[in-house]
Design a binder for this molecule. Structure first.
Ligand SMILES: Cc1cc2nc3c(=O)[nH]c(=O)nc-3n(C[C@H](O)[C@H](O)[C@H](O)COP(=O)(O)OP(=O)(O)OC[C@H]3O[C@@H](n4cnc5c(N)ncnc54)[C@H](O)[C@@H]3O)c2cc1C
Length: 438
């Protein structure tokens, strides 16, 4: 970029990753245009481009920290507007393989709210930035590329009811989600196929909203009965904005929660622990259960390409989207925005391949490996169970057993789940001794 010329960036997609990316770019580019096909600022928060928005979205502690770092004061704002808040362990009842983990002070903030609530709060802050321009109800059409195909110099879009229009840009960031067409565009430009990795999990969700009296939660903000190899069905029941509670039940490999109210309740009754079923005895449903199917974990390995054009990056689900029951996607998007911040900070042209390598290493790999490895603990999920993976499964099962009886192990485990600490802390000698002895 030339410092005498005004600079511009375009972000494709106004979901969580697009919003984080816009926030970061707004510090380094004179103008940032955020493009989305939906009417983002319209009255319907459950918009068409966000079918997953109806379902439970837990924000991990690390994601919460980065959100607050990008938007100081947003946590207090969300609480003032109706999100529940508590400690990620002390105020959340985690039940794994039928056993509740010891609830203890983890030092991690847990905010519980609906996905549209999180997104609209972040969006309000992004749109308040003076150099951000929103182009909503605008379909992304194709990249604009230099004649030699080496530099992306903008993007062609279709604003609703108008002709195809060029948005010139020094940098385009693709945040258009799992259905991103970036890998196809790159192939068409002659860069070859982006290596894709897919793992079938056949996950099905069904979500219902309720009014639940406070006392039914017994002091918790969320009750999480996690699917385990023994009982591969899970459910989370948590307080959210609007004085409501959200209940999302899930199962893998085609064992999906039904959407008829009776079948839905029967599915919840069949979980490894009765806690959520008991809570629902005091609950008033606000809608019928709504389903969502998530067939595969999908990763596009841009970092393995030998060459890529300059002026184009990607972030979020378009790079990796994985088993939603681990609640990592929004946090991976947040971690990606930290990587993006580092790469645009210098003010010069961004090295595309260096960015993708860094994104893989510092935002995606850890969560992807946890998701893929954990899925393999479930019999029936296809994939190679290397001795290392089997050993990890055995160790994690021991951690969970120990966390059900020992507060220190429980605290350490919760901090690892929340991505606040690296999993190697579980191998520190005094913790490992407790874990192996439990
Ligand atoms: C059922 C389910 C439950 C989940 N639960 C959790 C959870 O508990 N915790 C968690 O952290 N994550 C969860 N996730 C993952 C989370 O939703 C995403 O990882 C996160 O929102 C980041 O997504 P994104 O912004 O990259 O993409 P998206 O959220 O998919 O946003 C993409 C945006 O691009 C726009 N767009 C797409 N194509 C075009 C086009 N051609 N033209 C214009 N605009 C376009 C769309 O309108 C949309 O706004 C869940 C996902 C699913 C499916």
């Amino acid at each position: 970029m030339n410092s005498s010329k005004s600079t511009s960036a375009v972000v494709l997609g106004g979901g969580i990753s697009g919003l984080f990316a816009t926030r970061v770019l707004a510090e380094h580019y004179d103008t940032v245009t955020l493009v989305d096909r939906d009417h983002l600022t319209g009255p319907n928060l459950l918009r068409r481009g966000l079918p997953q928005g109806h379902h439970l979205h837990g924000l991990l502690a690390r994601g919460q920290e980065i959100t607050e770092e990008h938007f100081p004061g947003i946590t207090d704002q969300m609480v003032a507007d109706g999100s529940a808040i508590g400690d990620a362990s002390n105020d959340v009842r985690w039940i794994i393989a039928g056993k509740p983990l010891v609830q203890t002070d983890s030092g991690l903030t847990c905010l519980t709210a609906s996905r549209p609530f999180f997104e609209s709060h972040i969006r309000d802050r992004v749109l308040a930035l003076p150099n951000v321009v929103l182009s909503e109800q605008t379909d992304i059409s194709r990249l604009d590329v230099s004649e030699d195909g080496k530099r992306v110099q903008g993007v062609w879009v279709f604003p609703e009811g108008k002709h195809e229009t060029l948005l010139p840009a020094d940098l385009v960031v693709d945040a258009s989600g799992r259905g991103s067409r970036l890998s196809v565009w790159l192939d068409d430009l002659g860069y070859g196929k982006v290596p894709e990795e897919k793992h079938k999990i056949g996950m099905g969700y069904a979500t219902r909203y309720y009014e639940i009296p406070d006392e039914a939660f017994e002091g918790n903000i969320s009750v999480n009965t996690v699917a385990s190899p023994e009982v591969p069905r899970g459910c989370i029941c948590q307080k959210i904005d609007g004085g409501r509670a959200i209940v999302t039940a899930y199962g893998i490999l085609g064992d999906h929660p039904p959407t008829d109210p009776e079948g839905y309740l029967d599915f919840i009754k069949s979980l490894a622990a009765p806690d959520i079923y008991n809570i629902l005895q005091q609950a008033k449903p606000l809608n019928d259960p709504v389903a969502y199917k998530f067939p595969t974990n999908l990763r596009r390995h841009y970092e393995l390409m030998s060459d890529l054009p300059s002026g184009i990056l990607a972030i979020g689900d378009g790079v990796a989207s994985f088993n939603p029951s681990y609640a990592q996607g929004m946090t991976v998007a947040a971690l990606g925005s930290v990587v993006l911040r580092d790469h645009v900070a210098g003010g010069g042209p961004v090295d595309t391949l260096a960015y993708f390598k860094d994104l893989a290493q510092n935002a995606v790999d850890g969560c992807w490996d946890v998701a893929v490895s954990n899925d393999l603990a479930f019999p029936g999920v296809e994939g190679e169970r290397t001795p290392e993976i089997t050993e990890t499964h055995e160790f994690i099962a021991k951690v969970q057993d120990a966390a059900a009886v020992d507060a220190e192990v429980s605290r350490a485990f919760q901090r690892v789940i929340g991505l606040a600490d690296h999993y190697t802390v579980l191998h520190e000698p005094h913790l490992e001794a407790k874990i192996l002895g439990a």
